[in-house]
Design a protein around this ligand. Structure first.
Ligand code: FES
Length: 148
């Protein structure tokens, strides 16, 4: 099995069985992401404990890539602090938009599965939808974050 197959398997798994799907009862932050190209929306729920993301979940409608990306993101961010969440947002932004960016695959872990999306420019906004919502939640924006 080569790396591309492995990445594909991770995406399929996280789409079929999304982690952290559903709302939280007591979120301290919420944010929405919107992809105007397809009309899909995603809502992110975060429960902060100090500067640590104690719990995080998402719901909404979206394609396989957007669901897998949100599942991977929430899995990675649970237990992370705010600085780490900012760092990963910047990292994923570069990973998805800069062909020349050489990501640290070990650091990214399963998130590296999203590198395959770069080969499909029309799907980059699908993968970045949840990350825009995260950025909005971290900034405390009350307007939906769009991928445009
Ligand atoms: Fe709508 Fe992917 S097609 S988020």
């Amino acid at each position: 099995m080569d790396l591309a197959d492995l990445y594909q398997d991770v995406i399929v798994d996280h789409n079929k069985s999304p982690r952290n799907f559903g709302s939280l009862d007591d979120p301290t932050r919420e944010a929405e992401g919107y992809n105007p190209l397809c009309g899909d929306q995603l809502k992110l729920y975060i429960k902060m404990n100090g500067d640590v993301i104690e719990d995080i979940s998402f719901d909404g409608s979206g394609c396989a890539i957007s669901v897998a990306s949100a599942s991977l993101m929430t899995e990675r961010l649970k237990g992370a602090n705010e600085a780490e969440a900012h760092r990963l947002f910047e990292c994923m932004h570069q990973l998805l938009t800069d062909d020349g960016y050489e990501a640290d695959i070990d650091d990214l872990g399963k998130l590296a599965a999203l590198t395959g999306v770069r080969a499909f420019p029309s799907r980059i906004k699908c993968a970045s939808l949840c990350w825009h919502a995260l950025n909005s939640a971290l900034k405390g924006d009350d307007q939906p974050a769009t991928t445009e």
